[in-house]
Design a protein around this ligand. Structure first.
Ligand SMILES: Cc1cc2nc3c(=O)[nH]c(=O)nc-3n(C[C@H](O)[C@H](O)[C@H](O)COP(=O)(O)O)c2cc1C
Length: 332
């Protein structure tokens, strides 16, 4: 029933459909209608996974961007996910790029977005984190404001890190959105080492003992990824999230997809994100965690990421196309 309602919202433009779907879920959750709609958080308790001090209820979580502001933590948490990642949050609120900026390709089960970190800012997210009653692992993905220059960008990450440290079960440093000009330059050896060394100092100052992950782009070459792993080890990070969206279009012949700017996610990202996952899994030591993300839309694709070396898996686009029944299918 809820799947039918959510399917109907897909007749609306993608961004409107996304907002309305989340609002409907929140209302259904507030009115205790989940069990009436056949949604049960009991799936969440299948095969918990332990990493450091955290117990993930299961290995499937939401990817960043689905709930940028932490407005839907309760509603998403009770769908059965094993963990949630909110954000990307930036210090100041920002409206993002001009609309339209999200494009849905139903046949390809893929999405292109060039949102540009639209979010309500750090203070708003902190308010939501403070009042959250979610009892699962809640990660926070942090970024930089669009109008920050190179130096200010690092300060933005530190500001967000400080702001969310008391409430986040883990923090993800997101350097991989293709929609904030210059952000992906942080993948270079010099830049990543500067950023991570400052994060390390901040982390020690705050005595933040929970994991810190780095979310990477699928568009860098394998050497860059290997170099990043080295920096991760040097600055005591806990793992990698692979991957964000791609700016490349070689996975599709659809001219509309090829001509639309932004980050591509969903089925068309699956192979590319898996290549990166495989490469980093082959080069990573076993005490670094890998979270696989990109194109998961079935139990098989979920298992494939685990087989390639991911310990946890996140979804976004698959959830947009298939709704809550995908969680059930994956965790059953
Ligand atoms: C509309 C949209 C917005 C996104 N926003 C963010 C974001 O704010 N931060 C981030 O790290 N990733 C963001 N992502 C990337 C996803 O978290 C994920 O890495 C990517 O979509 C690949 O997974 P998928 O194929 O399951 O969607 C966004 C993706 C989409 C489709």
């Amino acid at each position: 029933m809820i799947d039918l309602v959510l399917k109907l919202t897909r007749l609306l433009p993608p961004e409107t459909s996304h907002s309305i779907s989340l609002i409907l879920l929140k209302i259904a959750h507030k009115l205790n209608l989940y069990s009436f709609f056949g949604i049960s958080p009991r799936f969440a308790l299948r095969e918990p996974f332990k990493f450091k001090n955290l117990i993930f209820k299961n290995r499937l979580g939401t990817a960043a961007g689905l709930d940028k502001n932490g407005d839907y933590i309760g509603a998403l948490g009770d769908l059965g996910f094993g963990f949630l990642e909110v954000g990307t949050v930036t210090p100041k609120p920002q409206s993002g790029n001009a609309k339209p900026r999200v494009f849905r390709f139903t046949k390809e089960k893929s999405v292109i977005n060039r949102l540009g970190f639209n979010n309500k800012g750090l203070d708003h997210l902190i308010k939501n984190l403070k009042k959250s009653k979610y009892d699962g692992v809640l990660g926070v993905n942090i970024g930089a404001n669009k109008d920050s220059d190179e130096k200010e960008r690092i300060k933005d990450y530190l500001c967000c890190f400080r702001g969310v440290a008391d409430y986040a079960d883990y923090i993800t440093i997101n350097i991989s959105s293709p929609n904030t000009p210059g952000l992906r330059d942080l993948h270079s050896k010099e830049n990543i080492r500067e950023l991570l060394s400052k994060i390390q100092i901040e982390r020690e100052k705050l005595n933040f003992l929970n994991p810190v992950f780095l979310k990477i782009s699928p568009d860098e070459d394998p050497n860059t990824h290997r170099e990043i792993i080295r920096s991760l080890i040097d600055f005591n990070l806990d793992g990698l999230i692979a991957t964000n969206t791609t700016i490349h279009r070689n996975s599709s012949h659809n001219s509309l997809i090829r001509e639309t700017d932004g980050g591509l996610s969903g089925e068309l990202l699956f192979e590319k994100s898996n290549e990166v996952l495989k490469n980093i899994a082959n080069n990573i030591s076993h005490n670094l965690l890998i979270i696989g993300v990109g194109g998961v839309n079935s139990k098989d694709s979920f298992n494939h990421k685990l087989n390639l070396g991911a310990s946890l898996v996140q979804i976004y686009t698959g959830f947009i196309f298939h709704g809550p029944k995908l969680i059930k299918e994956i965790l059953r």
